[in-house]
Design a protein around this ligand. Structure first.
Ligand SMILES: *[C@@H]1O[C@H](CO)[C@@H](O)[C@H](O)[C@H]1NC(C)=O
Ligand SMILES: *[C@@H]1O[C@H](CO)[C@@H](O)[C@H](O)[C@H]1NC(C)=O
Ligand SMILES: *[C@@H]1O[C@H](CO)[C@@H](O)[C@H](O)[C@H]1NC(C)=O
Length: 478
């Protein structure tokens, strides 16, 4: 192979070294582009857990409750692939025990009142807003049969359980066992709406759908057909799932590759175009989302590098007009199997505490490695920031430091995040301003502490973070 002298130099130096390493961000002239609300980030639990009676999850664990409360206000969406294999049995305490082989063969299994009581007890104790995904595969004469849903609703009303939302089905465009067309699904949602309206005791939960698996290809088309068939008349919120890749295909490199992160912008552009064409004004959510679907050995979603796609997705989604992201998953996701908060738990909590409802559109000098977003700071602020403060959050995807000048900033509070140990991008831990974040007390989450700063900010290689402009008194944020 013959390489030119220049190519060799570029290879030796690395691409990062040849691009300008100073970025100026203009907060002063930034305008409000979108609004989100305090429940923008929700969390999920997978319906899969019904099959094990929530084995491993201790719903009365003080630690889990503290961590869940630490994200409120927050939705908990209980759904996923197995939702279409779930049936409620009001006459049974435990439901029918499940053999894994049955699930793979899509045979029936049921959950009883005790599992339902446990989940709802947790939801209530943690102060979460509950969204439940019903079995769209329960069908009669080609239509969804709501009998089982009505039983579940009646039981829930009797017990005083509240639903913030109801979904029907999950990723039906890929369901191998039940084929429901997008047009029929729209009809099924109309049935769901009737059922919900006929039961005022439910206190009018919102309806979410069609819960397609992605924002491209078959999923996009299925959702578009659903919209064309008038599906949006029967749902309050359009839900698309989003992952950049699958667990087995994911690599640490992909997680900080700007080209991979940019695919979300492309997908959301078509999603919003379709929404504007067929259902103008309808709210769009990423109803189930994370970096990679299907966990693989070595699960990269728990590593430091996975916080890049998470934080970037929050920024892109807010700017493109998405109003909710349900992060897969609370348990065995943001919180690990030993009830320790993982990196993305900290990032999520920090986002909720620092990033407010008004989304600002920032201009800045382009640099493929520096991703930056800004909102007015959360107000009222759990960390005591005044109205008019602005939060910039940014990440340096590259392997050399970048100097960032923020126009309009005087005093800044820095919350800079870096890998928690020598494993770097593969670290299972995360540092805030140089100290590893840990939860040492089951009933208390330590408050995030900042570093005071003035002037330009040096964002080290592979660092990310939040910068609060404390005394900017930005008019758009007052
Ligand atoms: C669940 O958590 C409760 C409260 O912290 C504790 O008393 C109980 O022992 C835990 N159960 C298991 C199985 O760990
Ligand atoms: C959900 O409904 C479908 C259709 O009736 C059925 O095949 C499937 O077994 C159901 N799931 C369970 C767990 O019963
Ligand atoms: C945990 O935090 C709570 C609330 O601040 C405090 O009252 C309690 O003493 C702490 N427990 C331990 C073991 O430090």
């Amino acid at each position: 192979m013959h390489l030119s002298h220049l190519t060799l130099v570029a290879l030796i130096l690395g691409v990062d070294k040849v691009i300008p390493q100073t970025v100026t961000i203009d907060v002063h002239n930034a305008q409000v582009a979108q609004y989100i609300d305090a429940r923008f980030i929700g969390v999920t639990l997978d319906s899969y857990y019904f099959t094990t009676h929530f084995k491993g999850i201790n719903f009365s664990s003080q630690r889990l409750l503290t961590l869940a409360r630490g994200l409120t206000p927050c939705y908990l969406r209980l759904g996923g692939t197995d939702a279409d294999y779930v049936v409620f049995n009001k006459n049974s305490h435990v439901g029918r025990d499940v053999d894994k082989r049955f699930i793979l063969n899509s045979n029936k299994y049921t959950f009883g009142t005790s599992d339902w009581d446990r989940v709802n007890g947790f939801v209530r104790n943690a102060g979460l807003d509950f969204i439940f995904d019903l079995n769209l595969s329960l069908r009669k004469n080609g239509r969804w049969d709501p009998t089982n849903a009505k039983e579940l609703f009646q039981y829930s009303i009797q017990k005083g359980y509240k639903f913030a939302g109801i979904e029907l089905g999950n990723e039906m465009e890929y369901n191998k066992d039940t084929h429901v067309t997008a047009q029929q699904s729209a009809q099924d949602f109309a049935t769901l709406k009737q059922v919900i309206n006929s039961m005022p005791g439910l206190s009018h939960p919102k309806i979410y759908g069609p819960a397609v698996a992605g924002i491209f290809y078959r999923s996009f088309t299925y959702a578009e057909d659903f919209l064309k068939a008038g599906g949006a008349n029967h749902v309050d919120i359009l839900t698309y799932h989003h992952y950049y890749t699958s667990g087995p295909k994911a690599t640490v490199e992909m997680y900080h590759d700007h080209k991979v992160l940019d695919t979300l912008k492309k997908g959301l552009t078509s999603v919003m175009d379709a929404r504007n064409k067929y259902a103008p004004g309808k709210t769009v959510w990423l109803g189930e989302t994370s970096a990679a679907y299907s966990r693989a050995p070595g699960d990269l979603n728990r590593l430091y590098a996975a916080s890049f796609p998470w934080l970037d997705k929050l920024g892109v989604a807010a700017l493109y007009g998405v109003k909710g992201l349900m992060r897969q998953a609370l348990y065995a996701g943001l919180v690990d199997e030993h009830t320790n908060p993982r990196n993305d738990y900290w990032v999520t909590r920090m986002y909720k505490q620092l990033v407010g409802n008004r989304v600002l559109k920032l201009n800045g000098s382009p640099n493929v490695n520096l991703r930056f977003y800004s909102h007015c700071t959360t107000y009222p602020s759990p960390l005591g920031y005044a109205k008019g403060s602005v939060t910039v959050y940014l990440m340096n995807l590259g392997s050399s430091a970048i100097t960032v000048n923020i126009n309009g900033a005087a005093n800044q509070h820095l919350y800079m995040l870096s890998p928690g140990d020598n494993n770097g991008l593969r670290s299972a831990y995360i540092k805030l301003n140089g100290n590893v974040l840990r939860m040492t007390n089951d009933s208390y989450i330590p408050q995030f502490s900042h570093v005071q700063h003035r002037g330009s900010v040096r964002v080290e290689a592979h660092n990310m973070g939040f910068i609060v402009l404390t005394d900017i008194r930005k008019v758009e944020c007052l």
